[in-house]
Design a protein around this ligand. Structure first.
Ligand SMILES: Cc1cc2nc3c(=O)[nH]c(=O)nc-3n(C[C@H](O)[C@H](O)[C@H](O)COP(=O)(O)O)c2cc1C
Length: 458
């Protein structure tokens, strides 16, 4: 191994998607798709991530069924998603140190409810809650929440920005030390340290305050994964961590430099935002075994299904009339994720055929698939980290729980030997483990902002 040029340890987030992030992952002989809706399955995954010293467990989500035209039954495990906040409530009691990242959409949730549930999770987990802010990408979510069509891209980001501001305002509302519970004087909380919000915005009207005191982390960590111009600008202004995904290290390096520059331009310290890139590892004891497993998984995806899946992620663009062995055709506009669309265009520009792109996207969305021994995988992570493609990794195992078990048993000890992963948790909150500061309430920072208590008491 060459001399390290970049100090520090990697941050690791586990991203268990159902029975695995690979479309055919559930068919692996050691996958456990039948256990997907049991608490024991998720407890095993959470405890394994904690055993592997991961910073956090990230539960992705969509509040709707995402059918894949014509062949729904094959990808059925993708259709099953338990509610992340409810599940994390249970996992908080099954773990001690692991951060708990819940995906909650600002398009189909009211910010008061978001702030309240996440603050509850931060309290009951003693400071381990994080919010993956998403704007939703599927039409079906709109149909489940009283709308005929999903919000347009600009409108959903405007809602997200306002929702984050409302949540932060609510979380700041109770200053540290407001609850005194003084039995002798009979004073339960210090009214001057509880502030209403009185927000009247374009999308939301929220009076506040919340029904609970300030949470251990000040407020839960804010995570985002949007890759569009609006998404990146919002992240630069408001996120503590960003999830991203890149088929090549070069695009990761460009993304990293660009986003850190935006964070600085937004008046923040670039080090106050952690950039985490998703990889899909297939670790095995020998390189031959890892490659054979990765190949078998890809061959278990029917090409027609891969093309249908590509249509889904591209927001309905049907490419079935094109030659699978030919190049990616020019893509018309759609209301889908702009980031995903751009990564697909990049794959086409790199010379991949339409068929290869379809299988690669079905296999690992757009993240880097990485099959090999512990040493090979560790070398590749090292290369990305050293090149400043990321501050850490979102580990998205293709088959569960088998590939997370293997990552923790084979790869983590190798990363620990190289000094890149902790051998014991040092902090007691997720912010501490990520080396991020605890935000103060804006009212504590500037007491002049405090409002008269009688307003909210009425
Ligand atoms: C690692 C990673 C995880 C993501 N998880 C979710 C998720 O759980 N739910 C969701 O709706 N979108 C998820 N996304 C998509 C983004 O949050 C974002 O909504 C999408 O990229 C569309 O935004 P854009 O148009 O700004 O790219 C994820 C993206 C990445 C890279």
């Amino acid at each position: 191994m060459t001399q390290k040029t970049r100090a520090g340890q990697y941050h690791l987030f586990a991203m268990p998607m159902g029975s695995g992030g690979h479309m055919a992952g559930w068919r692996h002989e050691e996958a456990e798709p039948a256990a997907l809706m049991t608490l024991g399955y998720w407890q095993h995954i959470a405890r394994t991530a904690e055993r592997g010293m991961f910073d956090a467990l990230f539960l992705a989500d969509s509040q709707g069924f995402r059918p894949i035209a014509g062949v729904d039954a094959f990808a059925a495990t993708d259709a099953i998603r338990l509610d992340p906040l409810v599940l994390h409530g249970a996992l908080a009691a099954s773990t001690q140190n692991l951060g708990l990242v819940a995906t909650v959409s600002t398009s189909y949730n009211e910010p008061y409810a978001i702030a309240r549930r996440l603050s509850t999770l931060d309290h009951v987990s003693a400071g381990r809650a994080a919010w993956n802010v998403v704007t939703s990408t599927s039409e079906n979510e709109a149909h489940n929440f009283g709308r005929e069509a999903h919000y347009g891209h600009a409108e959903r980001y405007a809602r997200a920005e306002e929702a984050i501001a409302v949540c932060k305002g609510l979380w700041d509302g109770w200053e540290d030390g407001a609850v005194i519970a003084d039995k002798a004087s009979g004073v339960f909380f210090e009214a001057a340290k509880v502030n209403g919000l009185y927000h009247k915005g374009e999308h939301f009207c929220v009076a506040g305050p919340l029904t609970m005191g300030r949470s251990p982390q000040g407020h839960p960590l804010i995570v985002q994964a949007g890759a569009s111009e609006e998404g990146l600008e919002l992240a630069a202004r408001t996120a503590d961590a960003v999830f991203t995904s890149h088929p090549t290290m070069e695009s990761g390096v460009a993304f990293y430099a660009g986003l850190k520059k935006r964070v600085a331009a937004a008046g923040r310290d670039p080090e106050s935002l952690r950039i985490m890139t998703a990889i899909q590892p297939v670790p095995a004891v020998t390189a031959e075994q890892a490659e054979a497993e990765a190949k078998a998984l890809n061959e278990a995806i029917p090409p027609k299904l891969a093309l249908s899946y590509l249509k889904t992620v591209l927001g309905g663009i049907d490419l079935s009339r094109y030659d699978l062995d030919g190049p990616l055709p020019e893509l018309p506009d759609s209301n889908a994720s702009l980031g995903t669309r751009q990564r697909i265009i990049d794959m086409g520009a790199s010379g991949m055929t339409l068929g290869e792109i379809a299988v690669a996207v079905a296999a690992s969305r757009t993240s880097r698939s990485l099959a090999g021994t512990a040493a090979t995988i560790a070398d590749e992570l090292e290369r990305w980290y050293e090149a400043r493609a990321c501050d850490g990794f979102v580990i998205a195992p293709p088959s569960l729980p088998v590939m997370l078990d293997r990552f923790v048993d084979l790869v983590v000890p190798e990363l620990q030997r190289r000094g890149r992963v902790r051998t014991a948790y040092k902090g007691s909150t997720l912010r501490e483990n990520l080396g991020l500061g605890r935000p103060q309430s804006c009212y504590t920072v500037d007491p002049a902002l405090r409002a008269e208590p009688e307003i909210w008491q009425g």
